[in-house]
Design a protein around this ligand. Structure first.
Ligand code: ARG
Length: 410
């Protein structure tokens, strides 16, 4: 067994590199930087379609124009939703109780594909455009280290020490067009699960996000006046239908996004704890994913045994933490997945959610096959079958330790 890994393999660099490419300034500048400053012989770019809605052909061309020898693109929307988003729904994964990991979930998939491409083209390194302050560098580096310990990971933006202006200027000198949106002060990450917006005026945690930062969700003023009820069906803890129509995972998420977005649901403004210890102010809009998690949680409350439900809640927080922290390919993930998988067989049924002016309110839930809600136990009516007198003996025993302690100490 060989565990690779000097940190920061600055010297030696690499010969043939596969670069994770988004078409943005940073990843574009990585191409001439790798070739000219780091003496790399060949840069092959890889861009993933994760449902961000960008046209991939211009991005492909842009990489070639910047000096890439090959520019590869792949449609990964389907595996993104099936293998990454759906397990997150089963895990009700919310980092720090709020952020549904829309960006974090994409990273292990991109890392996996980078490694696959590197193997295919015989590269000796992969590269990404992440800076040294963010979570994404952690996620890429750890994932690649787990999947391909022999591949070097190059992160030019972690080392070049250029400001944004300098980066743009360097790009310009090497034939990379100045971004059209040079005026936009925001840093945005986008995929089918949502958008993340940072920087600019948002860096002041006391400043309200201007309306212009949002693109997937309407402001409350612009929402329809009438509420809309949406019915979400789950099988084995996975969403399968919306308003009675069975949909494949990608289409289901798309519909959930547009329904919730129209009603202004799914915005998040939070201070979060990054892996590298920085507190940062993040704006998210993740309408569909948050809607699906909320409905899934609700169905679990109807179908899971109380002790399983309580235990799961604790493990969900660990699952969200480890995904946020870049440990997707680690052993804890596998162990927690085994637990979660074991709980989802009975999560079958339907949840009704009312969307209205920024809210998604659960108004009904049903499981014909797996509901643990028993009318005769719950009712206060004439059909009540619960043995009220049995409660007395139970409480005698239940309260014994408290009475004992109180007799001694109070
Ligand atoms: N803070 C979020 C995360 O770590 C999103 C970061 C995405 N990057 C961006 N430029 N907005 O998952």
């Amino acid at each position: 067994m060989a565990v690779s890994g000097t940190a920061g393999d600055g010297g030696g660099r690499a010969r043939k590199v596969v670069l994770a490419y988004s078409g943005g300034v940073d990843t574009s500048v990585c191409i001439p930087w790798l070739l000219r400053e780091w003496g790399v012989e060949e840069v092959i770019t890889f861009a993933a379609d994760l449902g961000q809605g960008d046209e991939l052909e211009p991005i492909r061309q842009k990489a070639l124009a910047a000096g890439a020898s090959q520019s590869l693109v792949a449609d990964l929307v389907d595996p993104f939703i099936r293998e990454f988003a759906f397990p997150a729904i089963q895990a009700n994964a919310l980092y720090e109780g709020r952020y549904p990991l829309s960006t974090a979930l994409a990273r292990p998939l991109i890392a996996r594909e980078l490694v696959a491409v590197a193997r295919r083209v015989g590269a000796d390194a992969v590269a990404h455009g992440c800076t040294g302050k963010g979570n994404d560098q952690v996620r890429f580096d750890v994932a690649i280290g787990a999947l391909a310990p022999d591949l070097k990971v190059l992160a030019p933006a972690r080392e070049w020490g250029m400001s944004r202006e300098e980066t743009i200027a360097y790009g310009e000198r090497h034939g990379i067009p100045v971004p059209v949106s040079k005026a936009s002060p925001y840093s945005i990450d986008l995929n089918l699960l949502g958008r993340s917006i940072e920087a600019g005026c948002l860096e002041d945690p006391m400043v309200e996000p201007p309306e212009e930062v949002y693109a997937l969700t309407r402001s409350v003023q612009d929402c329809p006046a009438e509420p809309q009820v949406v019915e979400l069906a789950f099988e084995g803890g996975l969403p399968v239908a919306l308003d009675g129509e069975r949909l494949d995972p990608v289409e289901l998420v798309r519909r959930a996004n547009s329904l919730a977005g129209v009603h202004g649901f799914g915005r998040l403004d939070m201070i979060e704890n990054r892996v590298v210890g920085i507190k940062s102010r993040e704006i998210y809009e993740t309408p569909g994913l948050l809607l699906l998690i909320r409905a899934h949680q609700e169905l679990e409350s109807l179908t899971l045994a109380p002790d399983v439900q309580r235990q799961k809640r604790q493990l969900e927080a660990s699952w969200a933490d480890l995904v946020y922290q870049g440990l997707w390919f680690g052993p804890l993930k596998e162990a927690l997945d085994a637990f979660i998988r074991a709980t989802q067989g009975c999560v079958n049924g339907t949840v009704r959610v009312k969307l209205h002016r920024g809210n998604a309110t659960v108004i009904g839930r049903q499981s014909t096959s797996d509901s643990l809600y028993v009318d005769a136990m719950a009712t206060y009516g004439a059909d009540d079958r619960f043995d009220h007198r049995a409660a007395e003996g139970f409480i005698y025993v239940w309260g014994l330790p408290t009475r004992t302690w109180s007799a001694r100490h109070r």
